[in-house]
Design a protein around this ligand. Structure first.
Ligand code: ADP
Ligand code: MG
Length: 703
């Protein structure tokens, strides 16, 4: 008898060809995969509307009636077909811009249809563009009131596999399972029964049936609640179990003393007063590092909050206790910048800082590698290059990862082999991470927040302008440069792309030279050699050039306090976090800074809201929350590689914060009572964790 592990081609109606397409396009192989291929929305088809009640603020409507006539208008690319549809109460125009022949061939006049779509207004008349059209007898109205919609791909559509086909396959699947197994459909519960009961969740077979075919909106929401809870619960369980394991078993180097290094720096060399937030975070890290456990701490601080000096002080603690440290930056430019920042801050202190990136080659590289091994280098600054196998430390005590989202879990894990006792790990990120995301993705890290900016900073003033009138912008830029300040001008793409019609950095460079003949201009972009990039960048840092034309290579971390203007061209092409990061490059000195978002005139509603948020707030946290709401967590930079144990299919970290919390509490409660998960009532938990992590790397290696 067939069961859930059966291949899709054995489901009646699918066959070998379509099953291959489903595998290729959606990754579906078995009946179970199909069962877990959830619809992305349901549409309530229990209600029929009358043409006379239609308004444009209705999302989707369906109307029963007949086409009285068809009218073909326009030609070539402007060709369209209008079908005049009536239900006896009034009229609505159905409009097609494509597939016209097909409609004319298949849709009959004066015959009952149910049309379905979104009402809009055109020329003062109600229109429905590209409506779904069904014969009333083919829709299971009344019987199935909520219709599921499934994602399909281009190739699927070409092969005639539509959302409707998916719906049919689901129906067959459920019918077959019912016939063979009865109401349980052969689906085994995947949560411990005591949790299902305690939280009054819907049982799994019911949840799976109702996520596809709910009778009511309520049924749908209970089904999705149960399935979301389960997803989030297993993530939390995995993350917390690992965190407890780490705390319980993995030893850490003990930094017993503060050390002369730290004290000398703090009392004699600090160029400014640390903020209270910086002090607190340093204290938190120091506590971790003397606890005997390995530190795994995420230090979160908005752009400009002063993370670099905090990192340096943590590294000085390591040195004072006889250990080496290393700091990894996501780009060469940043690594070089850290190197010079550290060397400047440390002055003539007896601390050796070296740089290791792909640019450092030959004899110089060999010397550094050897000295590192011999313990003569105290701080190694670098890019990914520092985690190459041939880089060996004498006694690595602390690893700092700057701008964490650029580093994958696997890369973090590689640091572990560098020593018997793993080094303490400090991860710094300027992308403020909303709470629900932090709990889920970084649940195994402790979190410190630098929630204060150094004193005297004036919030950056952000304005939005359209690209059709650059003169004012140029005047503003001119004024700032006259006052001795510098200007960033950022563009989204390097290579000209006809399709996107974006401004080209090189073109802009030439253009700006004409506009500002008196000023010198640097240019950096991703296609340049690292050395050239560095040289151009350096000119700007030194103040030799007044304007820096760049792509987003400067997004992260670059620090030029004298720069007071950030112009972002084609701002509509950037995500919120990215815009905020870019803006963070200015406002680092005491003077007023400006950020100018330049966009084309026509903007989508979402883009306009993004731009509005940017002009309204400077708070990175608010922006990150908004970003999460707009884009969904899957799109957030780095979430795919940031250590999330498994994909979330249904749960949405932005919207399901309460379920995240419940899942976390439940996981904690289980682990408190049954740390080994050895209680027979919990047997399913280990099985499930193993099953869900089947494609994952070994978690015990993840720092
Ligand atoms: P980020 O957190 O974005 O990495 P940085 O560490 O680059 O920020 O610091 C931004 C700027 O603020 C640097 O010029 C740094 O020297 C300065 N800075 C850091 N902490 C303080 C402080 N407590 N008081 C004054 N300036 C500070
Ligand atoms: Mg930084």
């Amino acid at each position: 008898m067939a069961d859930l592990s059966s291949e899709l081609k054995f489901l009646p109606g699918i066959g070998p060809k379509r099953s291959e397409t489903l595998r290729h396009e959606l990754g579906l192989k078995t009946w179970e995969d199909l069962l877990y291929f959830f619809p992305y929305k349901h549409i309530d088809r229990s209600r029929l509307y009358r043409t006379s009640e239609l308004t444009t603020d209705m999302p989707f409507v369906q109307i029963k009636g007949q086409f009285a006539s068809f009218e073909q208008m326009g030609e070539g690319r402007k060709a369209r077909l209008v079908g005049h549809f009536t239900d006896g109460n009034g009229w609505v125009d159905c409009v097609w811009f494509a597939g016209i022949k097909y409609i004319l061939r298949t849709v009959k006049l004066h015959t009952d249809y149910i049309i379905f779509g979104k009402p809009t207004v055109f020329n003062g008349r109600i229109n429905i563009g590209h409506p779904d059209i069904d014969r009333p007898d083919t829709l299971m109205l009344g019987k199935m009131s909520m219709q599921p919609y499934y994602h399909t791909s281009e190739r699927m559509k070409k092969e005639g596999l539509t959302s409707r086909s998916m719906e049919k396959f689901m129906t067959t699947l459920f019918k077959t399972l019912h016939a063979d197994y009865g109401p349980t459909m052969g689906i085994r519960e995947t949560l411990p029964i005591h949790i299902v009961n305690r939280l009054r969740l819907v049982d799994l077979p019911t949840a799976l049936q109702n996520i596809h075919y709910p009778q009511t909106a309520d049924e749908l929401s209970w089904a999705s609640y149960r399935l979301k809870f389960e997803e989030l619960f297993y993530v939390q369980l995995a993350v917390m179990r690992y965190a407890r394991f780490r705390q319980g078993t993995i030893k850490g180097h003990v930094f017993r003393q503060v050390g002369a290094c730290f004290n000398d720096f703090y009392h004699n060399r600090m160029p400014f007063q640390l903020t209270e937030a910086q002090k607190r975070v340093i204290r938190e890290m120091h506590q971790d590092m003397q606890s005997g456990h390995q530190m795994n701490r995420l230090v979160q601080g908005d752009v400009g909050s002063g993370k670099t000096v905090v990192a340096l002080m943590a590294m000085l603690l390591a040195i004072g206790n006889g250990y080496q440290s290393c700091i990894m930056a996501p780009t060469e430019i940043l690594a070089e910048q850290h190197l010079s920042t550290f060397r400047n801050l440390l002055g003539d202190m007896d601390v050796r800082v070296e740089l290791l990136t792909s640019v450092v080659r030959g004899k110089k590289r060999q010397t550094i590698l050897q000295d590192l091994k011999d313990g003569k280098v105290n701080i190694l600054v670098g890019t990914h290059a520092v985690i190459e196998d041939n880089v060996q430390f004498s006694n690595l005590g602390l690893v700092v990862i700057d701008e964490q989202h650029r580093f994958g879990v696997a890369q973090r894990a590689r640091l572990w082999d560098k020593n018997h006792i793993p080094p303490h790990v400090m991860v710094m990120t300027a992308t403020p991470i909303p709470r629900t995301l932090a709990m889920t993705v970084y649940g195994d890290l402790d979190v410190s927040v630098i929630d204060q900016l150094p004193p005297g900073r004036k919030p950056v003033k952000t304005t939005h302008v359209y690209d059709n009138n650059p003169d004012m912008l140029y005047r503003g830029i001119n004024q700032q440069i006259q006052q001795g300040r510098q200007v960033y001008m950022v563009y989204p793409l390097v290579k000209e792309s006809e399709k996107l019609d974006l401004q080209n950095v090189e073109e802009a460079y030439v253009h700006l030279q004409k506009i500002f003949p008196a000023y010198r201009i640097s240019m950096v972009h991703g296609q340049m050699k690292p050395q050239d990039k560095e040289a151009e960048m350096q000119k700007f840092v030194n103040g030799e050039t007044q304007i820096l034309v760049a792509t987003t290579v400067i997004e992260v971390g670059v620090n030029v306090p004298n720069a007071s203007v950030m112009v972002i061209q084609n701002a509509e092409r950037f995500g919120l976090s990215q815009l905020h990061q870019l803006r963070g490059r200015v406002g680092r000195g005491a003077d007023q800074s400006f950020c100018v978002l330049v966009t084309k005139y026509e903007l989508s509603r979402d883009t306009r809201r993004r731009i509005d948020i940017m002009t309204e707030t400077n708070d990175g946290f608010e922006i990150a929350e908004a970003d999460l709401r707009f884009r969904g967590p899957g799109d957030l930079e780095g979430t795919q590689q940031s250590g999330m144990a498994f994909d979330l299919k249904l749960a949405n970290l932005a919207r399901d914060g309460q379920i995240v919390q419940l899942a976390r509490d439940t996981a904690a409660w289980i682990l408190d009572n049954d740390p080994q998960l050895s209680n027979p009532d919990n047997a399913i938990l280990l099985q499930r964790l193993r099953y869900l992590k089947r494609d994952e790397m070994d978690w015990s290696n993840i720092s």
